[in-house]
Design a protein around this ligand. Structure first.
Ligand SMILES: Cc1cc2nc3c(=O)[nH]c(=O)nc-3n(C[C@H](O)[C@H](O)[C@H](O)COP(=O)(O)O)c2cc1C
Length: 362
């Protein structure tokens, strides 16, 4: 049973859409849990004040009855509340009446570090907005909604997934991260950072070494690299392991088949080994700068400075929520492959029988 997620939606278009297929029937979803993750994505130190004002709320159009999944495609919608200010500029159909609101004049000054230039060249857009509207991280809201559904499914088999920021602009600790953010804000600059996601209760045996595309570490790396601005991923101690000797790097196996260390981050041979899964993602500094970098006007070929649009100083806390959703999604997908079942009960029972078999062999 393959779990799949397809999303659509522009940042200032009418709505974001997520369609989830491959869920078992009988999974209870809570609207508040999905909305809570959407709220967590919007909040966080360093985000622009407007992000915090406009709450995102999920609507369900299909696949759910009285709070329980039907085993049919689940269709989720998140309206873009700001669309009313862009109704002319982002109208899906040729707009009627005089231009009004935002997005009425073309953007021709691409931002270094954003998708503006590459997107405009690739798709042949004269207005860079046609690229940036989808490339921007607004679409991560749809993935966070999908991740909240994945977390509900994982909870049924005792798996929990939590993401948190661990560095902002090279600083650690709440105070250091806030100070770095305040300093960058004063300088009208932006920062990146690092987030860590931990998944507990993951049974051994998710993923496989059979083919490289099956490896759980490869799948998690791809899921995290798929998030805007993520430029590095580590599984377990990752890059630090490369500087150790083998005798220091590996997690010895104790009687009872237990480990006292988890430098591998819960994955060996591309397969979960029963220890918590620990992954980190590194985010580059946000590309929209209030003191913009040099750019070129694509309409005239003349030198200029890049587009300035509403933007955050840093979005590392938001990334932690998005990364949590990405890891949850990938683990839910691997769990559906392993345990199958059309009814939730079948899925849970298959996991129970499998874990019993493993426990007997230890
Ligand atoms: C949660 C989140 C929020 C983001 N917010 C902003 C932002 O406010 N301004 C900005 O310029 N980039 C922001 N980004 C980063 C851009 O979306 C990203 O750099 C851009 O799409 C280009 O993709 P790339 O960095 O992967 O090359 C954000 C990314 C994430 C994950």
């Amino acid at each position: 049973m393959e779990l799949r997620l397809v999303t659509a939606g522009e940042s200032h278009g009418p709505a974001l859409v997520a369609i989830v297929t491959g869920l078992p029937a009988g999974l209870v979803l809570e609207r508040a849990a999905i909305d809570d993750d959407l709220r967590r994505r919007r909040e966080g130190y360093g985000r622009s004040p407007r992000q915090k004002l406009e709450a995102d709320e999920v609507e369900v159009l299909a696949g759910l009855r009285h709070g329980s999944t039907l085993g049919t495609p689940l269709a989720l919608v998140i309206r873009n509340r700001d669309h009313e200010n862009w109704a002319w500029g982002m109208s899906p159909w040729p707009p009627e009446g005089e231009p009004s609101g935002k997005g009425t004049s073309p953007v021709t000054l691409p931002r270094p570090g954003h998708a503006d230039l590459a997107g405009a060249l690739k798709y042949g857009h004269d207005d860079v907005r046609n690229a940036l509207e989808r490339a921007s991280a607004r679409q991560t809201a749809a993935h966070v909604a999908g991740g909240a559904v994945a977390k509900a499914l994982l909870r049924e088999i005792g798996v929990s997934v939590v993401g948190a920021p661990s560095e902002v602009g090279g600083e650690t600790g709440d105070e250091g991260m806030r100070r770095a953010t305040d300093d960058a804000r004063k300088d009208r600059d932006t920062l990146g950072g690092v987030v860590e996601v931990t998944a507990s209760g993951v049974p051994p045996g998710l993923g496989s070494y059979a083919e490289k595309a099956d490896r759980l570490d490869a799948r998690l790396a791809s899921a995290l690299m798929g998030i805007q601005a993520v430029k590095g991923v580590e599984i377990g101690d990752g890059f630090a392991l490369s500087r150790l000797r083998g005798s220091q790097a590996h997690d010895e196996i104790e009687p009872g088949v237990r480990r006292e260390t988890n430098r591998a981050g819960g994955i060996e041979g591309g397969v979960s080994n029963g220890e918590p899964i620990v992954v980190r993602a590194a985010m580059k500094p946000l590309p929209t700068l209030m003191r913009p970098l040099r750019s070129v006007d694509l309409a005239t070929g003349e030198a200029g400075t890049a587009l300035v649009e509403r933007s955050d100083v840093q979005a590392v806390e938001a990334l932690a929520v998005v990364a949590e959703a990405a890891v949850a999604w990938e683990l839910a997908r691997a769990s559906r492959e392993k345990f199958g079942g059309d009814a939730l009960e079948d899925f849970v029972a298959a996991r129970g029988a499998y874990v019993d078999r493993i426990d007997r062999s230890r």
